[in-house]
Design a protein around this ligand. Structure first.
Ligand code: GLU
Length: 509
């Protein structure tokens, strides 16, 4: 067989925010393309003008950039198969629809919206709640099957609004081999005569996806399982257009399910259960509704991507943390599960925690700056990095650097007095006065050396380390929390430590 360069595509419709399942589709496309040294195309499927939402395409570009899943060809970048926005390719679809009419695989239909509504009203029954325009029903409608050739010609000459529908055969079994599901078979009688070309001259998704996958030389088409019912229409179009030999290999990716496994995870589940479902915040320009995103919730893109890779795939081992390079190397479609993957937000947090814990302090400091800025705090990057290094192992999100380390940026406003006062006495007070004075003479800000000096002074004054270390911590942080106390001193510096001792001593009196 001729060896074809791998070309895959992500083909979203710009209708709103990008669901995490959409990003996983991008990821699997991307991994497959990189692994095979192929190309990853972003194609915007915007032929349904009624569903078009301004800003959605820019949002998709931004999501891909944030995740580091950059396409090789796209509307933004251009490429050898441009344009990559289907609305800009409008003129080239009609010829294929007409070709299908000529070969008898498609037909003109002149039914008005009103006639279609009437038909649905008339035929609706409890057994058949949404009657379909199919191989039976077409016999009762206004189309090439019921009108004479002359009538059809006359209507066309008069520019009568019409659509072109696929002539779905009755009673045929259609099969294809899906890379995830193996052989899948459909019965054509169950599929309706889908519209291919609309009255406004725009193709529907069904026609455009096949024409563009062909013209753009797509070799593998990965998409969500929700598109499986459309596969028979696409299979027939590949065949009827004479392109069967070029049909991409398909993989229908498993759904991402609600945490309890009951159905597809939706945006509403996120609102209800308090976690993001979209990649990034999405503000609907029509309603103004805001849907929260993983990015704004504090996820690192590498953690988000790693988490998504594990939703429906593993490498056969227990390993869960994979770098992008490892994913590119290890990914394989035959290890993608058929069954839906339950989304577990706690697990998503665990991934983020792992990545934060292992991220370098300087990068964390950069990510944490906006939080400080919002609070009106100005701190040196190197200082913020030191703080990040001390608290990162406790953080699930970047903003939690604040929760675990706020006292590095401001003096305590109150103290856990109950933990100090009952055992507070003149000896301890004198100890801290001496310790503060001694700090002024030390030429070190090394945590271990500070600890040695502190211990020596306590021993000298017959105080147990435990008796003075807790009050010291509380002077510095306000409570019984924070990283090792001498790490705090080393970070705060001598002068700030002395200031806090003085303030604490005044409060404990
Ligand atoms: N435009 C479809 C969507 O919005 C693409 C489906 C496909 O990849 O074939 O998801």
């Amino acid at each position: 067989m001729e060896h074809k360069k791998v070309r895959v595509r992500f083909a979203p419709s710009p209708t709103g925010g990008l669901h995490l399942g959409g990003v996983r589709t991008v990821l699997f496309n991307y991994l497959f393309a990189k692994q095979h040294k192929g190309e990853f195309v972003l194609r915007i499927e915007d032929t349904d003008q009624t569903r078009y939402v301004p800003g959605a395409e820019e949002y998709i570009n931004e999501c891909l950039r944030w995740c580091g899943l950059n396409p090789d060809e796209s509307p933004e970048l251009g490429g050898p198969f441009a344009p990559y926005r289907q609305s800009e390719r409008k003129a080239l679809y009609r010829q294929y629809a007409e070709q299908l009419v000529k070969s008898g695989h498609a037909y003109y239909a002149f039914d008005t919206t009103e006639e279609l509504d009437n038909m649905r009203q008339r035929l609706r029954s409890p057994e058949n709640p949404s009657p379909q325009y199919n191989h039976e029903l077409r016999k009762q409608m206004r189309n090439s099957f019921t009108l004479s050739d002359e009538e059809v010609q006359e209507l066309l000459v008069k520019n009568t609004p019409h659509v072109i529908r696929i002539n779905m055969p009755a009673n045929e079994d259609l099969s294809f081999v899906d890379m995830v599901r193996g052989e899948v078979t459909f019965q054509t009688s169950l599929v309706d005569d889908k519209v291919l070309l609309k009255a406004d001259g725009m193709p529907t998704y069904h026609l455009a996806v096949v024409v563009d996958d062909y013209l753009m030389k797509i070799t593998h088409a990965f998409r969500g399982e929700e598109w499986l019912p459309s596969a028979p229409v696409h299979l027939l179009l590949w065949k009827y257009l004479g392109w069967e030999a070029h049909m991409p290999q398909w993989a229908h990716l498993p759904l991402i399910l609600k945490p309890d496994g009951n159905g597809k995870l939706s945006k509403r589940d996120g609102d209800r259960l308090g976690f993001p479902v979209y990649a990034m915040n999405w503000a609907d320009p029509n309603t103004g509704d805001l849907t929260k995103g993983f990015r704004e919730r504090g996820f690192l893109p590498e953690a988000f991507v790693n988490m998504l890779a594990m939703l429906g795939w593993n490498d056969g081992s227990e390993q869960e943390i994979f770098s992008m390079e490892q994913l590119i190397e290890k990914f394989s479609m035959d290890r993608v599960h058929k069954a839906g993957a339950k989304f577990d937000f706690e697990k998503a947090k665990w991934f983020n925690h792992q990545y934060i814990h292992h991220k370098d302090n300087e990068s964390l400091a950069v990510l944490f700056q906006p939080v400080l800025q919002e609070k009106g705090i100005d701190a040196y990057p190197a200082y913020v990095a030191m703080v990040a290094g001390l608290v990162k192992e406790r953080c699930y999100f970047v903003n939690e650097i604040w929760d675990h380390g706020f006292f590095f940026f401001q003096q305590p406003e109150g103290y856990d007095e109950a933990a100090v006062k009952p055992k507070w006495n003149a000896d301890k007070e004198a100890f801290f006065e001496a310790w503060s004075a001694q700090l002024g003479t030390l030429s070190t800000a090394n945590a271990a050396e500070l600890e040695t000096a502190f211990k020596a002074l306590a021993t000298e004054r017959n105080l147990k380390m435990g008796d003075v270390q807790l009050p010291f911590r509380i002077m510095l942080t306000g409570g019984k929390f924070g990283p090792p106390v001498f790490d705090i001193v080393a970070t705060l510096g001598i002068a700030e430590t002395q200031a806090r001792i003085a303030k604490g001593l005044a409060a404990f009196k």
